[in-house]
Design a protein around this ligand. Structure first.
Ligand code: F6P
Length: 324
C-alpha cells in the first residue's frame, strides 16, 4: 500500500483544515495510507508523524487554524537538516509529500525533490493571495471578509464622528487584501505596493472629499506600503486647516488570519486537496495545484519562484472610479 504525508507550513490560513481533511479522505478513498506531519518542516526534521484516518479529520472543515500545527522553520534553509528530513520521509515509507504552504514552503519542498528525489505536491495557501502561478490561495477570501467586517464597523465611528480613518491590513509585500477590502467596503483610497500613489495624491483625494462635503473617509493601507500610523500622521498634519472630526488609525492585524473559513475557502480547499491526491494517483508529482480561469490545474512547482503576482489593474482603476 502506498503512503502519502501531509503538512501545513508558514502562516496559518482559514481553510487549512478543510484541505487536510480533503487530502486525508481522498487518500483513503484511493486506497492510500496517510500520515500527518506536525509543525510543518520542523516535524519532518524531528519526525513528528501520526497516521490519519478519515475519522481523525471529522468536525474540522469549519475550523480556522491548522490541526497539524504550523511553523516557519529556519533550519530548513540548511542542507544538513533537509537531509535529515529526507531520511525521515524515507524511513517512514512516505511516497509523496503534500505541502500545504506558500512560496517559501514550495521552495523548501522543491529542494527535497531536487536534492534527494522526494516526490512532492504543493497546495497553495496564504491569506495574502500572492503566490505566482495560481489565481487563488486558500485563506484569502476569509481574510478579506474579516477585513471587510472590521472596516464596516470602523466606518460607523468614522461616519458618526466625521473622522478620516486609516486602516492597515495584512498582505506582506502585496496589496490583494487591501484592494479587495477597499472595493468591498467602498473605501476612499486603497494604498497598495503594486500601484503606488505619491503621498500628495492621497492627501488631495481626502481633501477633495472634504471639500465636496464628504466629512468622513476611509483609507485602506496595505502593510507593505507603510504603517497606518505613519499615513495617519501625515494626513493629520495636512488636514489641519479643515473642520472635521480628525484622523484616527487602526491596525487590523491577526484577526484577519483567524476564524471559521468562508464557504468559498472550504470548497476551494476541498477541491485543491482532492485534485492533489488524484495527481499523485495518476503518477504526477513535483507540481503545484493552481486555480486558472476558475479551473483547478497542475503546474510545475518552480513556476511560483521569483515571480511577482499583481492584483488586476482593472480592479485598482475600478476602485478609484467608485470613490468619486
Ligand atoms: O503571510 C501571511 C501573513 O499574515 C502576512 O500577511 C504577514 O505579513 C505575515 O504573515 C506575518 O507573519 P508572522 O505570522 O510571522 O507574524
Amino acid at each position: 500500500m502506498q503512503k502519502i504525508g501531509v503538512l501545513t507550513s508558514g502562516g496559518d490560513a482559514p481553510g487549512l483544515n478543510a484541505c487536510i481533511r480533503a487530502v486525508v479522505r481522498a487518500g483513503h478513498y484511493y486506497g492510500l495510507e496517510v500520515v500527518g506531519i506536525k509543525r510543518g518542516f520542523k516535524g519532518l526534521i524531528e519526525r513528528e508523524f501520526e497516521p490519519l484516518t478519515p475519522r481523525d479529520v471529522s468536525l474540522i472543515i469549519n475550523r480556522g487554524g491548522t490541526v497539524l500545527l504550523s511553523a516557519r522553520e529556519p533550519r530548513f534553509k540548511e542542507h544538513e537538516f533537509r537531509k535529515k528530513a529526507a531520511e525521515n520521509i524515507r524511513k517512514e515509507g512516505i511516497d509523496c509529500l503534500f505541502v500545504i504552504g506558500g512560496n517559501g514552503s514550495f521552495q523548501g519542498a522543491n529542494l527535497l525533490t531536487k536534492e534527494f528525489g522526494i516526490p512532492v505536491i504543493g497546495i497553495p495557501k496564504t491569506i495574502d493571495n500572492d503566490t505566482y502561478g495560481t489565481e487563488y490561495t486558500i485563506g484569502f477570501d476569509t481574510a478579506v471578509n474579516n477585513a471587510v467586517d472590521a472596516i464596516d464597523k470602523i466606518r460607523d465611528t468614522s461616519m458618526s464622528h466625521e473622522r478620516v480613518f486609516v486602516v492597515e491590513v495584512m498582505g506582506r509585500d502585496s496589496g490583494f487584501i487591501a484592494l479587495a477590502a477597499s472595493i468591498a467596503t467602498g473605501a476612499d483610497v486603497a494604498l497598495i505596493p503594486e500601484y503606488p500613489f505619491p503621498m500628495h495624491v492621497i492627501v488631495d483625494t481626502v481633501v477633495d472629499a472634504l471639500k465636496r462635503g464628504k466629512r468622513f473617509s476611509i483609507v485602506v493601507v496595505a502593510e507593505g506600503v507603510a504603517s497606518a500610523r505613519e499615513i495617519a500622521g501625515i494626513l493629520d498634519e495636512k488636514l489641519k486647516p479643515f473642520d472635521f472630526g480628525g484622523v484616527r488609525y487602526s491596525v487590523l492585524g491577526y484577526i484577519q488570519r483567524g476564524g471559521s473559513p468562508t464557504a468559498y475557502d472550504r470548497i476551494i480547499a476541498s477541491r485543491f486537496g482532492v485534485f492533489a491526491v488524484e495527481q499523485f494517483v495518476n503518477g504526477k508529482t513535483d507540481i503545484m495545484v493552481a486555480l486558472e480561469n476558475g479551473k483547478v490545474v497542475a503546474k510545475p512547482l518552480e513556476i511560483s519562484f521569483g515571480r511577482i503576482k499583481k492584483p488586476d489593474l482593472t480592479d485598482f482603476e475600478l476602485n478609484n472610479i467608485l470613490t468619486i
